[in-house]
Design a protein around this ligand. Structure first.
Ligand SMILES: Cc1cc2nc3c(=O)[nH]c(=O)nc-3n(C[C@H](O)[C@H](O)[C@H](O)COP(=O)(O)OP(=O)(O)OC[C@H]3O[C@@H](n4cnc5c(N)ncnc54)[C@H](O)[C@@H]3O)c2cc1C
Length: 388
């Protein structure tokens, strides 16, 4: 067992940090307060080889590892927390599901503009009545000629205010095996949007409405029975969410450390008060243990699909730690930490959301418990006994 990064990984880390410091340090605060997706950063990352890190070179990606993509998120987050979302969009989200399961024709058509940072794709899974119970989704695809007619709607879809493409989870038939996914484009007939709403982290989302939208066979990504594959691929998405929690927690820690060394009260720097030193010690213990869990999940995932157990453990812990550390950083920095003049309150708001998004803390813990007891626990009410 070796806990050190390889020489190549350290070089990659330094190179990403350099790119972030040269291009993203200026404007990091303004970017965080702008709800829009920073397409200029996406185009920069495309030019610097930071989009599609884990996607095969044949498909226009970099042919790297999931661990490389994790290192990229961390290094970008340490300079410009908002830009870590762009590493996520270009490497972990629906782009990866598309890369994994697309036909050659779909890959050529869809991945090109995403990898160039010209477009972003949203993942439309959650519905008003299907959140944690994702398989309760009712958006339906009914055969029509050589394609399908889609009806239903989605909520909370990330990037929905500006995405050109959407990976829509829907139902071709009843039960788990009836679930699959299609790709839809903004502007398609019958596909409309509600007014933008804001999350606590200022991210905007619009309700999606599908009114008899025609989807041709070329836009079906995974037909009936695709759900398990989609969820397996979603474990990689979760690693991106996990890495951002850790990255933003570390950003907040670094800011608080700097503040504690320079800010004086009672004639002494804050770092000389033991009450604060112990907070820092606890924060560091949490960040370092969270990082080990994240790296384990990412490194092992590179040998195949990410393990649901390791991903759930890493996500649950990093989500908690990122938020707890950001929260403590706000406290240590007092009014300065709570102020929108700095990025620590942004890290606090962002890390709060990742305890809900991408599989909530509670759902991750349900999955972990199944691993512990080596059995499935249905969350649903038992079916009523048949009488007579
Ligand atoms: C910042 C953010 C970004 C998001 N981005 C996207 C996106 O891009 N695409 C998308 O499709 N969705 C997105 N979502 C939606 C997200 O996936 C859902 O909010 C999440 O799955 C929880 O569903 P819900 O909000 O309906 O809560 P509910 O499912 O109603 O849950 C409410 C609470 O009950 C708990 N709970 C539910 N069931 C159980 C159980 N069996 N055991 C224990 N606790 C339980 C939950 O953990 C939660 O705390 C996003 C959400 C947020 C906050």
């Amino acid at each position: 067992m070796d806990f050190a990064l390889s020489e190549e990984q350290e070089m990659f880390q330094r190179s990403v940090r350099g790119i972030a410091e040269r291009h993203l340090a200026d404007g990091a605060l303004a970017r965080a307060h702008d709800p829009a997706f920073p397409f200029d950063v996406a185009r920069l990352f495309a030019a610097e080889g930071l989009m599609g890190i884990t996607i095969a070179e044949a498909d226009g990606g970099q042919g790297g590892t999931l661990m490389d993509a994790v290192l990229a998120i961390e290094q970008v987050a340490l300079v410009c927390p908002k830009s870590a979302d762009v590493v996520q969009a270009g490497n972990f989200g629906p782009i990866r599901t598309v890369a994994e399961y697309a036909t050659p024709n779909q890959a050529e058509r869809l991945l090109g503009p995403l990898l160039l940072g010209e477009m972003v794709i949203g993942i439309a899974m959650t519905e008003a009545e299907a959140g944690s119970a994702a398989t309760d989704l009712t958006t339906s695809a009914v055969p029509d000629g050589d394609g399908f007619r889609v009806n239903g709607g989605k909520v909370f879809t990330g990037h929905s205010a500006e995405a050109d493409l959407f990976l829509v989870y829907l139902r071709f038939g009843p039960g788990l095996d009836g679930i699959g996914s299609v790709v839809m484009s903004r502007g398609q007939e019958g596909f409309s949007f509600g007014e933008p709403s804001s999350h606590m982290n200022d991210e905007q989302w619009c309700a999606l409405y599908f009114d008899n939208v025609f989807v041709g066979p070329e836009d079906v990504l995974l037909g009936p029975g695709g759900f398990r594959k989609q969820i397996a691929s979603f474990n990689a998405e979760r690693i991106g969410n996990t890495a951002r929690s850790l990255g933003l927690g570390q950003f907040a820690f670094n800011a608080a450390r700097e503040h504690a060394m320079t800010r004086k009260q009672f004639g002494r720097p804050l770092c000389e008060f033991q009450g604060l030193q112990w907070k820092f010690a606890d924060m560091q213990i949490k960040l370092e243990s969270a990082r080990l869990l994240l790296y384990r999940a990412a490194v092992n995932a590179d040998k195949g699909l990410p393990s649901a157990d390791e991903t759930s453990i890493a996500k649950a812990y990093c989500n908690q730690v990122g938020f707890e550390v950001a929260n403590e950083a706000v406290q240590i920095m007092g009014g300065t930490g709570y102020s929108r003049e700095g990025l620590v309150e942004y890290c606090f708001r962002k890390t709060r959301g990742w305890q809900i998004a991408g599989g909530s803390l509670e759902m991750m813990k349900n999955r972990i418990a199944e691993g512990i007891f080596e059995r499935r626990f249905s969350q649903r009410l038992p079916r009523p006994e048949k009488s007579g």
